[in-house]
Design a protein around this ligand. Structure first.
Ligand code: FAD
Length: 479
């Protein structure tokens, strides 16, 4: 880094967000513009460590100190080339990644870490603006055909890499839109959908074929797929939602988070939704304290909920690394999402005991506080006597995770699953040598950055399987 004492001179600074009261009036992204000069200064905070832990903290192995240096020198072409050498879609991760790289930043030990995620987004957007990212179809094509099932970040990364290697790639997606959770899960206020569409258009121009409304196992025959393609990559996500089978679960007004979020994303994209699940004027209880729960909160605010309460079974996380650190660990649960700044209440260590209703409709939820006690080395929950209470609630959203990918397709492709129900594919290759798997379908519910990483690594394995060798990069090359 030319300016070696930047970390001593400058504080961490991020773009301002639009005021909560204003932004809940629309579904647009929440960040204001940030002057380029300031991003350069933020890049100068990088200490260019001898051993850059940020680099290995990133599931993609992003070469962070080097792109920080290029940004500081305003060499956007160099920054683009470094960033895109390890990450196909930094325009996604620069917006929605929880940034494990920042949790690994050495400066973060005693100061706020380098604003890596913001720098990544800036490079990605400059790269598009300056025309460095444009369709670049492969010069030579092989005679190999590959089917990718599922068009989330894992499927898109696998398809992009395999297309770059010259293979003919077709992506099959059961939804009417490409993008998986990027399009129909993650709300627009976190990432507007033109960002996904811009990328799909480039991949389309580069020769990747996209088939929507194409559900393998339903209107696409898995056996024909096996015959017609030299390899298949399963990237179908982890889509089976965890349920809460307590008394009253069948009342009207209790929904899985994804049904609620998907409908709103479709509405924002201009589709008409019949009988939309809506939070308008309702007391909303979001059960589950993760990313999906936060997205339900932000969406409920934008739909003008009367009240919003979020419940979490786990204890409140500590405020810093120095406090005692219960599972799940700091810093991931410490994150307060932008949705929390917009209002609502949060309660931790709370168990939902029962849904209560009148005339078949949800009216209340029965809750009880719990404490976590150590029993023979295992944390067990125990109800706290006298804390049982009823909370008014007309809309309950279940955001308590996803258990596994859907079984039907995996059974019809006749491939082995792990005990947890995910696709068994240790090095991305399944029990059928021509079928591979990546993303949430293989590793279980995870993150966009992991899905991209898995898609890239799986593509390498497919290329090796088809060609006997591969020149596609691996994250291990960049460590
Ligand atoms: P998915 O994105 O789930 O894509 C799978 C695709 O496969 C879907 O489009 C599905 O329709 C398709 N499919 C399934 N079966 C078939 C079939 N038989 N035939 C054809 N197509 C099929 N991660 C972050 O990093 N940051 C966040 O802010 C964040 N927010 C999230 C918010 C929500 C509400 C949720 C649910 C998850 C969030 N995540 C976030 C997690 C992240 O979105 C996932 O880890 C990631 O999308 C997984 O990518 P994937 O490609 O494996 O699967």
């Amino acid at each position: 880094m030319k300016e070696q004492d930047g970390f001593l001179k400058y504080d961490r600074e991020l773009p301002e967000t639009r005021p909560p009261k204003v932004r809940v009036g629309d579904f647009k992204e929440i960040y204001e513009e940030f002057p380029e000069e300031k991003t350069k200064t933020q890049a100068a905070r990088c200490m260019d460590c001898g051993v850059p832990f940020c680099h290995s903290g990133c599931p993609l192995g992003n070469i962070i100190p080097e792109f920080n240096e290029a940004v500081h020198e305003e060499n956007w072409e160099e920054a683009t080339s470094i960033l895109y050498s390890t990450n196909n879609f930094p325009e996604f991760t620069g917006r929605i990644c929880p940034a494990p790289c920042e949790a690994s930043c050495v400066l973060g030990i005693n100061k706020p870490p380098v604003a890596i995620e913001h720098i990544e987004k800036t490079i990605a957007e400059k790269a598009h603006e300056l025309g460095f990212i444009k369709a670049d179809p492969p010069e030579d094509r092989t005679d190999k055909k590959i089917a990718v099932i599922g068009s989330g970040p894992a499927g898109l990364a696998a398809a992009d890499q395999l297309n770059k290697a010259g293979h003919w790639v077709t992506v099959f997606e059961r939804d009417d839109k490409i993008g998986g959770l990027l399009s129909y899960g993650i709300p627009d206020f976190k990432m507007e959908k033109w960002v996904v569409e811009r990328r799909i258009n480039i991949m389309d121009e580069e020769g990747v074929r996209f088939k929507v409304n194409a559900e393998v196992g339903k209107n696409i025959n898995p056996d024909e797929l096996k015959e017609d393609f030299d390899a298949i990559v399963i990237c179908t996500g982890s889509t089976v939602p965890r349920d809460l089978p307590v008394q009253g679960r069948d009342l009207d007004g209790i929904h899985f988070a994804m049904d609620f979020l998907t409908q709103q994303n479709k509405k924002v994209s201009g589709q008409d939704i019949e009988n939309q699940i809506t939070a308008q004027d309702k007391n909303v209880v979001v059960i589950g304290g993760g990313d999906t729960g936060s997205d339900c909160i932000g969406t409920s605010h934008r739909q003008s909920a009367a009240t919003v309460l979020q419940l979490e079974l786990m204890p409140k996380p500590p405020n810093s690394r120095t406090e005692q650190d219960p599972w799940p660990n700091w810093p991931m649960t410490l994150r307060t999402s932008s949705s929390h700044e917009e209002g609502g209440e949060r309660q931790w260590s709370v168990l939902t005991k029962e849904f209560i209703g009148k005339n078949g409709k949800l009216t209340h939820i029965k809750l009880v506080d719990i404490e976590w006690v150590n029993q023979s080395g295992r944390q067990k929950m125990q109800e706290i006597e006298g804390t049982e209470r009823l909370i008014p609630c007309e809309l309950a959203l279940l955001a308590i995770g996803f258990t596994q990918p859907e079984n039907q397709l995996l059974k019809s492709l006749n491939i082995e699953q792990t005990q947890a129900g995910t696709v068994k594919a240790n090095s991305y290759q399944t029990s059928n040598p021509s079928i591979f798997a990546a993303g949430d379908a293989r590793r279980g519910q995870s993150l966009v950055v992991w899905a991209i990483s898995e898609g890239r690594e799986a593509a390498r394995e497919v290329d090796k399987y088809l060609m006997g060798q591969t020149e596609l990069p691996s994250k291990n090359d960049s460590y």
